[in-house]
Design a binder for this molecule. Sequence first.
Ligand SMILES: Cc1cc2nc3c(=O)[nH]c(=O)nc-3n(C[C@H](O)[C@H](O)[C@H](O)COP(=O)(O)O)c2cc1C
Length: 403
Amino acid sequence: MPTVLSGKSIVFGVCGSIAAYKAVDLASKLVQLGARVDVIMTDRATSFVGPISFQGITHRPVVTDLFAPTSELSMDHVALARRADAVLIAPASANTIAKLAHGLCDDALGATVLATAAPVVLAPAGDANMFSNPVTVANLQLLRERGFIIVGPASGRLASGQIGLGRLESAEEILGRLRALLGRAGDLAGMKVVISAGGTREPLDPVRFLGNRSSGKMGYAVAEAARDRGATVALISAPTGLQPPAGVRLLPVQTALEMHDVVLEEASDADLLVMSAAVADFRPEAPAAEKIKRAGKDRLDLSLVRNPDVIAAAKGQRLVKIAFAVETSNLLENARAKLDAKKVALVVANDVTRPGVGFEHDTNQVTLIDVSGKAEDLPMMDKFEVAQRVLDRAVMMLAARRA
Ligand SMILES: Cc1cc2nc3c(=O)[nH]c(=O)nc-3n(C[C@H](O)[C@H](O)[C@H](O)COP(=O)(O)O)c2cc1C
């Protein structure tokens, strides 16, 4: 599956930190996302993990010494600096941060960073006191001012047993920021994209709600894909068990009414709205103020009232709207009716009664129906790939809007 990292050359610096073992997993994830990964280890990094681990994962030589006669860098010491689409340093030690802030280049990593024109993402890790020391704070600030992207450190339990700031950020956060950086010039650059995701919760009483089976996976995949293509992304999310993608603005909501208000506000100056949330059509008319007790009741009748139609109500001068439609029967007929009724440019319809389709799955099989009434059946694919195909259509519709 192509990603923004496919075919990209990533120079991956690893420093002497307990967190160096996590770099092996990061290298593996970079390779799985399609990147060509050249690892440079500082001399101290090799005290924590062996170069063979990185070599086995990246299938490329690992640079540990600028002067090793067998190293590519001993012949052309800035070869990796030239080749890099981005440099990632994770974990970045306080020592290396200090060296980079002052242009020291007495090892392969320093020389590469000093010579590269590529953007640098740096994920520090270390003892809380090292990172709260004004020297390290000032060094990181210097690097930030020069355009380095600093991810973390995160708070939590540190190797010393202390709780504090100093943990390496999660792989998802580091890779998300790297992907957003590489996607800056993508085909959605300069666009504001609003995405709704998850299933709304309509309260019955303070502890119960009417919900639905939406996991949010499809909407989160669209958010990730739009970010990777350079968009500024607002993700309006009903509760899910998912980690919000790095580099997107998360706007949490609970109910359909909240979803309605936030979507209308965010969509008003947006280029694209993708409604993939499962918004409840009805809500309990009068949620109980106290927990409903069963004592003395043989049955309980609920009275429901209609919720507003969010996508139909969303308006913006430049807005292109895409609606996901879950159907269990008459898929095409219902989807076409939605195109007219809600003034959307594309309906992404899925029949959730089929295996591997829709709620909770990592895969989806959808039909794209546009205003001309034409329907394109896509094969079963990963939700991220579905998201890319939907955004391919969005890019065409956005270009047509400008013409
Ligand atoms: C067990 C151990 C763990 C260490 N962990 C870290 C760390 O997480 N972050 C850090 O900045 N330094 C850490 N250090 C100190 C660095 O390894 C040391 O400053 C070294 O010179 C860094 O070299 P480098 O920047 O060339 O990799 C640790 C040292 C030891 C002995």
